[in-house]
Write a protein that binds this ligand. Structure first.
Ligand SMILES: Cc1ncc(COP(=O)(O)O)c(C=O)c1O
Length: 327
């Protein structure tokens, strides 16, 4: 059988590089309290098939009901599941995370890519189905306006992908608009630097038992249960709050270093930025040969850009040195 074409431009099957700027996982991670919870997980047993205790804890943290919390094997799995759950087209606001398009392809749905918030609302009305908005948007860093999100939620089913919201400089709770009527997608493996553990969750605006039953049994393992439980505990929240400023200093330092090389930069409010480097695919390959992995943004439709995540000073120096030599 043919393999589906890879749609993520970052990770690859080669040995791990010395420095990885392609993943948006928090470079300050792993968060110690979350990691130690995972290490303590009893992997000799199946998890609770209903994940009830976990859903209760996540619900309490978000002020909702456990029935409205749906766990999945990463946000990617939940995105594909959501597309299958809703009938009709898939609307997205591009350039954006590739999994919405991948979900549409897998389910044989029409994909409608808007280029502006106004067009997104038009497309929602013209081709009903389910819409995906990423906040902040991967890869551009856009934070969509409250009024726009409220209009989109009123127009049709809307999924708000909040994968990078906890890593933003501003406190998301004060900025994310009337999100309670949207399907909110949380992927704490990013902010706690543990993307190898495949666990994420969705908060639905109402009880949606069919969304849970669309998944295979035991869709996440006990490692992911431990990660999700620990992610809403005070120790993890404290760690993130204390470490976020460092991450943003690293991102700003990277942006400054790139600008000093004459590279145009578009910073996100989270940990990543877009750098305009010219022939992105060729540069990505040249950097990979030097032990540096970056995210070629060509698959986002940005063939002159690479996406880079904030990394520690040694990695930044290595990248800037290599770029200076290549460019
Ligand atoms: C915006 C966004 N949402 C979701 C995901 C996938 O998250 P997970 O690792 O939970 O599948 C990613 C991964 O890159 C992402 O960029």
């Amino acid at each position: 059988m043919d393999e589906l074409p890879a749609c993520h431009g970052g990770t690859d099957s080669l040995p791990e590089p010395r420095f990885d700027f392609s993943s948006n996982a928090n470079a300050l991670g792993p968060c110690p309290s979350v990691l130690s919870a995972i290490k303590r997980a009893d992997l000799t047993r199946y998890p609770d098939p209903r994940y009830w205790r976990l859903r209760e804890q996540l619900a309490a943290a978000h002020g909702t009901l456990p029935e409205r919390v749906i766990v999945g094997s990463g946000a990617s799995e939940l995105i594909v599941r959501l597309v299958r759950y809703f009938s009709g087209a898939v609307q997205q606001l591009g350039p954006t995370f590739s999994e919405y398009a991948h979900g549409a392809r897998l389910a044989g749905r029409r994909l409608c890519t808007a280029r502006s918030p106004k067009e997104f609302l038009r497309v929602q009305r013209r081709h009903p189905g389910v819409g995906f908005l990423c906040w902040p948007n991967n890869p551009t860093g856009d934070l969509w306006e409250t009024e726009f999100i409220e209009a989109a939620v009123s127009t049709g089913p809307l999924v708000l992908d909040l994968a990078y919201a906890p890593m933003c400089e501003a406190d998301m709770r004060s900025v994310v608009p009337d999100a309670s009527r949207a399907y909110r997608l949380y992927s704490p493996n990013k902010s706690f630097g543990l993307t190898g553990v495949r666990g994420a969750y969705l908060i639905a605006p109402r009880d949606e038992p069919a969304l849970t039953s669309l998944a295979p049994s035991w869709v996440i393992g006990r490692d992911a249960v431990a990660l999700l439980e620990a992610s809403v505990k005070p120790a993890a929240e404290r760690w993130l709050k204390e470490n976020r400023p460092q991450l943003h200093r690293w991102r700003r330092g990277l942006a400054k270093g790139l600008q000093d090389l004459g590279v145009r930069v578009q910073e996100s409010p989270a940990s990543f930025l877009l750098a305009e480097v010219g022939k992105a695919t060729r540069l990505t390959a040249a950097l990979r040969q030097r032990g540096l992995r970056v995210r070629d943004a060509t698959s986002f439709g940005l063939n002159r850009h690479i996406r880079l995540s904030a990394q520690a000073p040694a990695a930044r120096r290595a990248l800037l040195g290599a770029l200076k030599a290549i460019l």
